[in-house]
Design a protein around this ligand. Structure first.
Ligand SMILES: Nc1nc2c(ncn2[C@@H]2O[C@H](COP(=O)(O)OP(=O)(O)OP(=O)(O)O)[C@@H](O)[C@H]2O)c(=O)[nH]1
Ligand SMILES: [Mg+2]
Length: 222
């Protein structure tokens, strides 16, 4: 009985995600879903993305957190439409679901939006299980978390198209083994596009942002 209930939740989520895909395809909107452990740098990277893309695209942002509007407040300086989802209102979920994303999309004027950015809840497990109708999943792994995360949390890395290895400005201060991380990534998802970046200094961001702009153009034509 319990299994039945779980299946229904996942099926309903996938169905709504399919509706979102169709809607975004009709409206020519590109949607990215940024996921990671708490504190890996999602908001910092979102800040970099908005700063770089804003001259070219109309952007809307969906911020996911269990509680507080802190990340939305940090990014309010850009004056773009932002909706904060606080999952404490939905029983404190540790992920976002497609029905909530559809609710947010209904609040935006999609005829005037080119790119929607979702910052998912900080969690390396549950968000990967819930499709949101996104065009691209970006997983952020900061080097302070260790080289083993791709093999310990494979679904997150398997289901993402882009990996940002963040906080590389801290490399001189850590015993981080980049070769071991590369091996672990190859074992988990050999086709993922990988960029080494620092959200803080901006190092490596250009390569990632240019690749992102190419994918956006391929979908929405600009
Ligand atoms: N040194 C360094 N610090 C960084 C970098 N990127 C982010 N940080 C810092 O790491 C901390 C967490 O960054 P956030 O961007 O808030 O991380 P987050 O993933 O959005 O966190 P949650 O939303 O709470 O899951 C902040 O103090 C950032 O300033 C980086 O590239 N280098
Ligand atoms: Mg954040």
């Amino acid at each position: 009985m319990e299994i039945q209930v779980l299946q229904n939740i996942f099926e309903a989520n996938v169905q709504k995600a399919e509706e979102i895909k169709k809607l975004l395809s009709n409206k020519k909107v590109y949607m990215i879903d940024i996921m990671s452990s708490p504190g890996s740098g999602k908001t910092t990277i979102t800040d970099n993305i908005i700063a770089n893309l804003k001259p070219y695209y109309n952007i809307a942002l969906i911020e996911g957190d269990m509680e507080t509007t802190k990340d939305s407040e940090k990014l309010a300086k850009y004056g773009i439409p932002i909706i904060q989802i606080e999952t404490k209102l939905f029983g404190g979920a540790c992920h976002l679901e497609s029905s909530w994303i559809m609710g947010c999309l209904g609040q935006f004027n999609l005829d005037e939006i080119d790119v929607v950015i979702i910052e998912n809840i900080g969690n390396l497990v549950c968000p990967a299980e819930f499709e949101l109708g996104e065009d691209e999943r970006i997983v952020v792994l900061s080097i302070t978390e260790g080289e083993d995360k791709p093999v310990k949390y494979p679904l997150m890395f398997n289901s993402s198209q882009t990996l940002l290895i963040n906080k590389i400005d801290l490399l001189p201060y850590l015993d981080f083994d980049m070769d071991e991380l590369s091996e672990n990534i190859k074992r988990t998802n050999p086709t993922m596009e990988i960029f080494k970046v620092s959200g803080k200094t901006g190092e490596g961001m250009d390569g990632f942002l240019n690749a992102l702009k190419r994918r956006i153009k391929a979908k929405i034509g600009k």
